[in-house]
Write a protein that binds this ligand. Sequence first.
Ligand SMILES: NC(=O)c1ccc[n+]([C@@H]2O[C@H](COP(=O)([O-])OP(=O)(O)OC[C@H]3O[C@@H](n4cnc5c(N)ncnc54)[C@H](OP(=O)(O)O)[C@@H]3O)[C@@H](O)[C@H]2O)c1
Length: 226
Amino acid sequence: MNTNRPHTTVILAMSADGKISDELRSPARFSSQQDQQHLEQQVAIMDGVLFGAGTLNAYGTTIRITNPELLETRKQQGKPLQPAQIVVSGSGKINPHCRFFQQPVPHWLLTTTQGEEFWKTRTGFEKVIIADHNYNQIDWLIAFQKLQELGLNRLGILGGGKLVAALLKQNLIDEIWLTICPLILAGQNSPTPADGEGFLSAVAPRLQLLDVKTVGEEVFLHYQVS
Ligand SMILES: NC(=O)c1ccc[n+]([C@@H]2O[C@H](COP(=O)([O-])OP(=O)(O)OC[C@H]3O[C@@H](n4cnc5c(N)ncnc54)[C@H](OP(=O)(O)O)[C@@H]3O)[C@@H](O)[C@H]2O)c1
């Protein structure tokens, strides 16, 4: 495990044709209960989870740990019952009336100097982390340094495709869990696990398969980014 920055694990469900949502960017509710449990188990081992403003916009809420055994384990480990829920938004423009702010979880914002302006006159986030250069772009090296200083050693990355692409580009992803679900979403505008400009195959990040298991009709793939 890299000790200079938080260890990161992407956790996503996708259709058999590699889409994480449909063309309307609807909330991805196509995976099974087993996949929801798998997601909750992963979230339960994290100090914090990061997700993009687009993902919050789609769902309006975040995943909160409710399983009593998982909560008990966190308690015994001396961890806060819920990991920090960190919304990534360069613009900072998150709907302050979103249901997320009513959920009993730590609400954090990772943003820029520009994004912080919006929240100076609003409430909702208990912590606003500014990590930028040029006023309006997130500097990921500064961001990860600040997150580590705040005691976050394990981070779950819950999507969407834009956030994952940005982190992959910076070589900041260590592991990926992908659940392949039995449906086809298609659509050229439907998001995928990593969007953005993409990589040329010669320099594309390479993955090592750590584990594969089939539960019901879904396949759970666990990769390490080499
Ligand atoms: N199947 C699944 O497991 C799963 C999981 C999560 C999400 N999803 C789906 O994915 C879709 C959302 O994904 P998405 O790719 O559209 O959006 P996203 O990655 O969730 O969020 C994009 C937004 O996050 C902020 N952001 C991301 N990277 C940034 C960076 N490097 N610097 C500054 N800001 C950054 C920006 O917010 P600002 O514009 O505010 O600056 C950007 O517009 C939804 O349809 C959702 O249902 C599926």
